[in-house]
Unconditional design. Structure first.
Length: 194
């Protein structure tokens, strides 16, 4: 009998648009992981209140973040997960403000006391955008690569979907949605080095 995945996978939708291209893309990755038996959850950042980090660093002194917002209930979900799927459309060649605020709050993990809570976790990124040129996402991908590397996380999958503008356009990209589904299955595998 095949053993089921024990991985916990957290999908993060950084577009403010519900049922938009990012939401559909992240959901397809999560479907693949779920079908392999992983435990999954999707966070819709637009439903949450997550403020910017102002660098007060009380979180480095063992205290709760001074911003009394939803991020304080998201930290435990991040810590319990094995894999985080970060989805954002390209907004002005970078991430959405929602995704940027979310990643800014990873400052919490940037002290010796908290680093072990994020070190070694796997990540994948999912990025739709309007322009046809894949280079449109270069700066955004670099932002994720550098930030995740700094946090000692492992970026093991990327899906870029160019040429999608209106809500649901991505449904016409069957090949890339299939790639997303397969990525989800891969993320659910219990061996690292995938
Ligand atoms: C504020 C804003 C900025 C955008 N900037 C870019 C951009 O620089 N390059 C691009 O190709 N698409 C850009 N887009 C288009 C989105 O990336 C595209 O519509 C994407 O499919 C939206 O995904 P969603 O449905 O998940 O919101 C922008 C859209 C908005 C609303």
């Amino acid at each position: 009998m095949k053993s089921k995945s024990k991985r916990k996978i957290l999908g993060v939708v950084g577009s403010p648009r519900k049922k938009g291209n990012t939401h559909i893309l992240v959901s397809r990755i999560i479907d693949g992981a779920k079908d392999k038996g992983a435990t999954t959850e999707i966070l819709f950042l637009g439903d949450l209140s997550i403020r910017e980090c102002d660098g007060c660093h009380v979180c480095w002194k063992g205290k709760q973040c001074s911003k009394k917002d939803d991020m304080n209930k998201i930290y435990p979900k991040i810590m319990k997960s094995d894999v985080i799927v970060l989805g954002t459309p390209v907004y002005w060649y970078g991430p959405t403000a929602l995704m940027k605020c979310f990643i800014d709050r990873f400052v919490y993990f940037n002290c010796p006391e908290n680093r072990a809570k994020i070190r070694g976790k796997l990540a994948a990124v999912a990025v739709p955008f309007e322009e046809e040129n894949p280079k449109t996402a270069d700066l955004l991908i670099k932002f994720f690569e550098k930030s995740l590397q700094y946090l000692e996380m492992k970026l093991i999958g990327k899906i870029l979907v160019p040429g999608v503008s209106r809500r649901g356009d991505i449904l016409k990209k069957a090949d890339l949605l299939e790639k997303a589904y397969k990525l989800g299955k891969r993320l659910a595998k219990d061996k690292t080095g995938i």
